[in-house]
Design a protein around this ligand. Structure first.
Ligand SMILES: Cc1ncc(COP(=O)(O)O)c(C=O)c1O
Length: 359
């Protein structure tokens, strides 16, 4: 019998979230971001389920794109960071993936190549995040060179990325929009990540690029009215494997960080940081046991956690435990862990099986 841990994937929730994205940006094409193993959900499963309902996918590297092609994905795939080495150009063209061009070196590789077919390029513009891309004043020059080289297909897209679109009060987003709108040549555009798709309608342009919201999560800490109907795709579950009565004053787990304030019942659950449950989770982090709220009691071990179930009814060996999912928001667990929901799912290791529960 296998360990009972599962990252359960609800693919109808995924499709529902894509429909919401389309409804909010009805005139834009949708590029679904599935890098980092689809934010830990399982890239082949997610991309396979998405490819008929989106216009393109985005990943971080040629290896991620090749894995998707191997799994039967045929729709366009953009490499968000472009090529890391000139030698990848031939593979990219064979795999028929789209390239980001974010610097001079990448453009020179493209211009100097002898490709059998031109590749579609997305020109990355740095409008103020200062992470990747060419500055708006150089964009026309780069665009003209892409138009001139026979190795770039017609229809280059200019795109940018927001630093703070999840913070509606942050003035940086409007400054980035203004910088992007200063491009004074005719080109298709893309800017919106999930936060901008949800909350900044002027940023939808020809393409939107949601990731996080497709997995059913809202990037805004305080939520957003447009995100209310999002449905979480992943439910992380495990089970109780031991129950202990602990006297008041006794401690639980490594370092004895949790001390019983009253006679308590502690359930040991077979999931730990080796399975994707964050070690940083604090005492008190909410956990659902038998559908009822309980709290983490003691440090997270590699393969186990301990949960205070003193007030939870009908707990026995084998009782189901939910670490996050529709009834226990990822964002809430992330707050107790001093991180963001993006990181919690993305860190999920292969050890935890991804199981499609609702195709
Ligand atoms: C360039 C780019 N576009 C779009 C996205 C999607 O962002 P989100 O998951 O917040 O929707 C990302 C994710 O980091 C990204 O790096």
């Amino acid at each position: 019998m296998a360990r009972p841990n599962q990252a359960k994937l609800n693919l109808s929730a995924l499709r529902h979230n894509v429909c919401l994205a389309r409804k909010l940006a009805p005139r834009s094409k949708v590029m679904a971001v599935v890098k980092a193993n689809a934010y830990g959900h399982g890239a082949a499963i997610i991309a396979g389920a998405l490819q008929s309902s989106v216009d393109a996918l985005a990943v971080a590297s040629i290896e991620e794109a090749a894995a998707l092609r191997d799994s039967g994905v045929t729709c366009p795939i953009l490499l968000l960071e472009g090529l890391f080495d000139e030698s990848e150009l031939g593979i990219a063209s064979q795999l028929n993936v789209w390239l980001s061009i974010h610097n001079e070196r990448q453009l020179q590789w493209l211009e100097g190549a002898a490709l059998s077919a031109p590749v579609t390029c997305w020109l990355k513009i740095d409008t103020g995040m200062n992470r990747l891309g060419v500055t708006p004043d150089k964009a026309l020059h780069y665009h003209q060179r892409l138009v001139a080289t026979p190795n770039a297909a017609n229809g280059t897209v200019a795109y940018t990325h927001f630093a703070s679109a999840d913070d509606l009060q942050n003035l940086q987003t409007q400054r980035q929009i203004d910088a992007f709108d200063s491009l004074n040549f005719d080109v298709a555009r893309s800017a919106a990540n999930s936060a901008a798709l949800l909350a900044w309608p002027t940023t939808h342009y020809e393409w939107v690029r949601p990731g996080y919201m497709l997995y059913g999560n809202c990037p805004m800490a305080q939520g957003h009215p447009n995100a209310q109907t999002l449905k979480p795709v992943m439910t992380l579950t495990s089970a109780v494997i031991a129950l202990h009565d602990v006297a008041a004053g006794e401690s639980v787990g490594y370092g004895g960080t949790w001390v019983a304030q009253r006679p308590s019942v502690i359930a040991t659950v077979t999931i730990g940081y080796g399975d994707g449950y964050p070690r940083e989770a604090l005492n008190g982090t909410p956990i659902l046991v038998n559908g009822q709220r309980a709290t983490l009691a003691g440090r997270v071990s590699m393969d186990m956690i301990t949960v205070d179930v003193t007030d939870v009814e009908h707990v026995q060996l084998g009782t189901e435990v939910v670490l996050w999912g529709p009834d226990l928001p990822l964002a809430e667990v992330a707050r107790w862990t001093n991180t963001i929901g993006y990181e919690l799912t993305t860190r999920m290791p292969q050890r935890t099986p991804r199981v499609v529960v609702n195709a």
